[in-house]
Design a protein around this ligand. Structure first.
Ligand SMILES: [Ca+2]
Length: 356
């Protein structure tokens, strides 16, 4: 028996999770757990993606959303909805404009209605007001409630078919878990949560980096860490992963000329200018979510992420413990870094399938 990696089975990168490996790691009882999890992953099709973003302050969300569309165009995933976790009056309008550019003008868009969620200025969302970026969703009031949208999408999908990609604060995910029956819904429908949040190695000059997606909504992230069901794996992309993946400025200069008003290029230049290689934090979570078996990243051992009151994310390994770990974080060798960055660039610059 050779248990091939499955995100739902909490496998280990592209390394086959054999009974021998599981036994070495934690005892024979773990084999049964792996088998149970694998049998539970009956859905074998491409992942159905809900992209939850705080597309306001930083621009990596825009590039990550472009990747979602490219992956859907390639048939690698199905894109169900985009939900926004922070407040800015132009978020729904911008997301609809970008979705329209990528050939999905009717993709459902939801925004947070939680007044506790952060309000954020933006250097680029205003391009949604330009006639160069056609779309029909004109305001956040016309958009759906993010939690209601996520719930309705989950309810209509096959069991364990949905991958949620979270690249902002966790307001929508926390409110999903705290909605009536929310935890059971996640348990039934979600295959994996791929989340950009936290920091798990020495980075930014410290081994105690407080990462923005956590500190800008600590209570929300604590709710996710504490209440997310143990049967549904969470894979965390820490600050250190995106920091090691600088998007090359040459690509912004050279790869988007196929359209005179490419929203990715325009947003990037408004946010970062032409002389900056913006780290690919959010893109890393997209790439792993859709291609977990392509060895773009490695995975830590399983364990549990705890979110402190100051926003620090502490990873507590579970090997040898009483339960199989729900959480892992991404790792990346120099070779994987080169491959991941190349894949991210190509998926970001890919023309929409509707382009001529
Ligand atoms: Ca983000």
């Amino acid at each position: 028996m050779n248990l091939k990696f499955s995100p739902r089975a909490a496998g280990r990168g592209n390394q086959a999770v054999t009974p021998e490996l599981a036994a070495r790691a934690g005892g024979g009882w773990m084999v049964a757990l792996f088998c149970t999890a694998l049998i539970g992953s009956a859905f074998a099709g491409p992942p159905r993606v809900i992209f939850d973003t705080d597309i306001t302050g930083d621009v990596d969300d825009v590039l990550a959303l472009a990747m979602c569309h490219s992956l859907a165009d390639r048939g690698a995933c199905e894109l169900l909805a985009v939900t926004v976790s922070k407040h800015h009056p132009l978020t729904a309008s911008f997301v609809d404009a970008q979705n329209t550019f990528h050939g999905r003008p009717d993709l459902p868009v939801g925004v947070t209605r939680d007044l506790r969620a952060q309000r954020r200025e933006s250097r680029y969302l205003q391009i949604a007001d330009s006639p160069d970026h056609p779309h029909d969703l004109r305001s956040n009031e016309e958009a759906r409630d993010a939690v209601e949208l996520i719930r309705s999408q989950l309810e209509s999908q096959p069991d364990q078919s949905v991958v949620i990609i979270s690249v902002g604060i966790a307001s929508n995910l926390a409110n999903l878990l705290e909605s009536a029956g929310g935890i059971a819904l996640v348990k039934a429908k979600v295959r994996t949560l791929s989340i950009m949040a936290g920091a798990f190695t020495f980075c930014n000059g410290t081994n105690y980096h407080l990462e923005a997606n956590v500190v800008n909504g600590i209570g929300f992230m604590q709710t996710v860490a504490e209440k997310w069901p143990g049967e549904v794996p969470i894979v965390w992309s820490g600050f250190e992963i995106g920091e090691a993946l600088p998007y090359p400025r040459e690509s912004i200069r050279r790869d988007f000329g196929y359209h005179p008003h490419h929203p990715v290029r325009e947003a990037y230049l408004l946010h970062s200018g032409s002389e900056h290689d913006r780290p690919c934090w959010d893109q890393s979570s997209v790439l792993w979510a859709v291609h977990p078996d392509r060895d773009y990243f490695g995975l830590s051992q399983p364990g549990r992420v705890e979110v402190g009151d100051d926003g620090f994310t502490r990873f507590v390994p579970a090997w040898g413990g009483q339960q199989i770990g729900r959480d892992r974080f991404l790792t990346m060798s120099p070779l994987q870094r080169n491959r991941a960055l190349e894949a991210i660039v190509q998926l970001t610059v890919q023309p929409p399938r509707t382009s001529r």
